[in-house]
Design a protein. Sequence first.
Length: 592
Amino acid sequence: MAITMILSLLSGVALFLFGMSLMGDGLKKVAGNKLELILYKLTSTPIKGVLLGTAVTAIIQSSSATTVMVVGFVNSGMMKVAQSIGIIMGANIGTSITGWILCLSYIEGSSGIAQLLSTATISAVVAIVGIIFKMFLKKDVFHNVGDILLGFSILMVGMQTMSGAVAPLKQNEAFTNMFTMFSNPIMGILIGILFTAVLQSASAAVGILQALSVTGGITFASALPIVMGIGVGAACPVLLSAIGTNKNGKRTALIYLLNDLLGMLFWSIVFYSVNAFVHFDFLDSIMNPVSIALMNTVFRTATIIVLVPFIKYIEKLVFYLVKDTVEDEADDKDFDLLEERFLVYPDIAISQSNTAMLGMVKKVHKNIACSLKLLEEFSWTSYNKIQERENVIDKYEDKLGLYLMQLTSKALSTTQTKEVSKLLHTIGDFERLGDHAVNVAEVANELREKNSMFSKEAQYEISVLKSAIKEIIEITVTSFENGDSQKAARVEPLRELIGILCDEMKMRHIERLQAGKCELKMGFAFNDLLNNLERIADHCSNVAIALIEMELKLYDPHEYLKKLRETKDYTYKQCFEEYEAKYDINKYQLSE
């Protein structure tokens, strides 16, 4: 009997979670990208943010989903941490709407209107309409609406199944007595946190609590601490979503936890301190699904009302808990250099842009060095740092590009125009260098996942090529930082050699694959790696040519590059021969 009851309860939980997921996904698909656009635009004041977060979460039935979207916005730089706080607070209120929807599953009756509004009737009608939309209508929007209706129907059936499973426990004295232990606030809160962390959904936890309440064994004293704990436990999926995000993304996820944690602490202290003197009579009152839904909504709303005036302090707290590193502070200083008031003074604006550009270049250089090191020894810390740095590099490109385009509308001298042109040209190349560094890191991760490695010969060839890449990026960065066109002239001959090395290595790898010296599954990874390293050399060449063009006051860099490659003067040939001797992949065969 006990096993049947447990299986029935678990099947109800499964139906409930599936129905809620299906309904939420359908709602998000119907809304499309409009929800994200609304979240981004309508957050000018904290109150607007709270109202918006409440509305959006009430629609998609998941505070976690709303918060994860917001974490994504903040992580990408589209939204500030301060803007996200109001939305997250509203999401806490909006998620309580699910409890009221679940109350419909407890409407029962044997005749008349009560019978029409019963769970069986509502579920049946909604399911029939949903399957018609899903199976017989062609447009995607109708299919999505069908998912919403079917999800709602499954959710209702799941709730009814859970309630039916625990109904016999009404007469079980041991079960009823068990809930008295939850009257201890600490135990109740811990149970709520643990329960919700496992389910990964506050709505699901409240729904199950509502189902258990039909036994008549849950009192106000035992329900309140569980509801308090549910909010804290719901932060678990949000915190997981912040793994791999930048510091602002992590701060945003932390805000969700802090809202519920501070609310739980505040109301625990206030409520139980007052109760110590007043001794509330309603603590022993029996809870039902409606009263639990009401408690959940009141608790969450009251928490947000208390916290809204302290939004600025919450922001300061998360910045204190997740501190900026010296590198992060340098990023902020670089972006602060690009002030609009300097645009009327082109020389100053160009100087500021150059300084900010150097910050971008250093990050690109560091990312390439880290990605090459990952090929030797993979580290999740380094891998995630590369992704984080790449997001900042993209931000540099956006901010510098916009600033320099604004500068081109001003009255510039010929020299100033050339300097701005050089920066605009090289920004794109440095950003692409960052992209290829990420791609190399992805190849390193692929090798880790496959638990494979290249043959010893291939490893030697890659080590030679990596050394050449390190040198070409070093020359490019140094010549850019110092404005050294003579040093920049050494880039093109090395780029040519790297191209030759990549072509030769690809041919040799095909021969090794045919001879069975290398695994076939490694062929794609090897080619991807070579393609990305070759493209790094190409973009280094583009930067070097831009520097030389600036120095020689040329107006057609492509013509210059074409002539350089055709004529290949003595200096060029001398450099090429020097690199050819230095980066010789045949040395491995000679040592065999």
